[in-house]
Write a protein that binds this ligand. Sequence first.
Ligand code: SF4
Ligand code: SF4
Length: 460
Amino acid sequence: MKVNTRNEKVLGKTESLCPQCLAVIPAERVAVGDAVFLDKICPEHGNFRTILWRGQPLYQEWAVERQLTKPPVCATGVDRGCPFDCGLCPRHRQHTCCVLLEVTQRCNLSCPVCFAAADSEDSEPDIRRIEEWYRMLMASGGPYNIQLSGGEPTLREDLPEIIALGRSLGFSFFQLNTNGLRLAKDYQYVRRLKEAGLSCVFLQFDGTSDAVYKKIRGKTLLEEKMAAIACCAEHELGVVLVPTLVPGVNTEDIGSILEFALEMMPVVRGVHFQPVSYFGRYPREPLDADRITIPEVLAAIERQTGGKMKITDFRPPSAENAYCSFHGNYILMDDGVLKSWAKPTGGCCQPQVESGTKKAQNFVAKRWRTAKNGKNLSAAVEGIHSSDINTDSLDAFLDRADKYSLSVSGMAFQDAWNIDLERLQECFIHVVSLDSRIIPFCAYNLTDRQGRTLYRPSKR
Ligand code: SF4
Ligand code: SF4
C-alpha cells in the first residue's frame, strides 16, 4: 500500500478538476481511518481535499465487479480529453440507461438548491426539437428510459403530447421529475399525463415537516406534496419520493421519510435519496461538514428506522460506478414485518437488477411504474394491514411483493470539488443538451466555483 507525505494510505490515483479553473488535475483517493478523501493540487490554484466516504462499510470493501458496456454510437471524438469531449465520446465506458430531457427551464419555485438553476425567462425546446432528440436517441442505441425534467416540466401544457410522441416513436418508460405543485391541484392535467402514457412520478420530497421545505425550498409545501401523492394514487401512478439531503436541515428526517413511504404504499414505490452536491456560485468552498456521504446515509437509515432497515441490506450498483449509488428493496408483510430482499447487484435507478444497463433499464420500468393497487390513499394505507392477503401461498406472496415492496436507493452526485473522472466515465444517466449531444449528468451540471458551467447553458 502506498502512503503519501502525511503517512496516509493512498487507495488509488485518478483525475479530477480544479474547482477554480476546471483544469484536469491528478488526484488521489486517500484513506484516513474509515474516511476517504480526494486530494488534488492545481498548479495555479493550490491544494484541495474533499471528503468522499465516511464510515462503514469501508470504501475499499464496497465496490463489486461490474459489466461495463461501451456506448454503441459515439457522436463526438476524443479531442480535448475528458470531461470536455462529451457527446458521448469513445472514452466513455458505460452505455446510456436513463436520459433526462429538460423540457423547460421555467419553474414555479425558486429553490436555493437547484440543479437546473431554473428561472422564468428562458425559452424552451418546442415539440419538433424534442422529436429530434427522440430520433437521435433511437439512432444512438435507444429506446432508453426517459426522465422528463426541467425546470419544472409540468409548466408545459403540451407535456402529455411530448409523452405521446415519445411513445409513438418507440419509447416505453416515462418518468416525471417534479416538485408536485401542479399535480396537487390540477386533476385533469394528471389524467392527461396518465392517458398519454406517463409511467411514474419522481416527486421532490425533502421531509415530513414544513420547516424542512421552508429551509430547502423557501416555502411550506407539505400539504401540496400530500395532495400530489393523493392525485397520483387516484390515477394509479407510482410515486418515488426524492429527498435532497442537506446536513443539519433534513438528515435527521431520513427515518420519518421512510416511515411515511411505508405508510403510503402501494402508491409510493420507492425513496431515492440525493445527498446535496454543490453546483453554481459559492462564496466559499463547501466544508466536509456540508456533505453527507453514502455510508453516512446508510448509517442514518439504520439508526433512524430503529434497525428495521439495516446497512447490510444495501448494495452498490452494477451498472454505474460503485461509488455513485446504493440500493435496497423491502417487502412489507401483512403482519407489519419488513423484509429485505436486496440481491448482490443493482443500480441507482434500478435497485433490483441482474447486471448491465439494459437490465437496469427494464428494472426501473417495471419496478417504479404504476402502483396497481393505488386507487386511493385510504385504500393504500388500509391495505397494509389487510388480513385478507394470505402470504402462505407463493402466489399470495408474489402479489404482496408486487403491491407492498419498496425500493430504497440513493445517488451521490459529483461536483467540482469531489469529481472523480473515472466515476464520470462510467456514468449511465445522461442529459440531452440543446444541441442534441448526450452528456453524463454530473458533467452537464458541473460548475466551477464562480458558477460557470461546462455544458449547461449559463446566464452568468
Ligand atoms: S464524460 Fe464520458 S463522454 Fe464525456 S468526455 Fe468523459 S468519457 Fe467522454
Ligand atoms: S449522474 Fe453522477 S453520480 Fe450518477 S451515475 Fe452519473 S456520474 Fe455517477
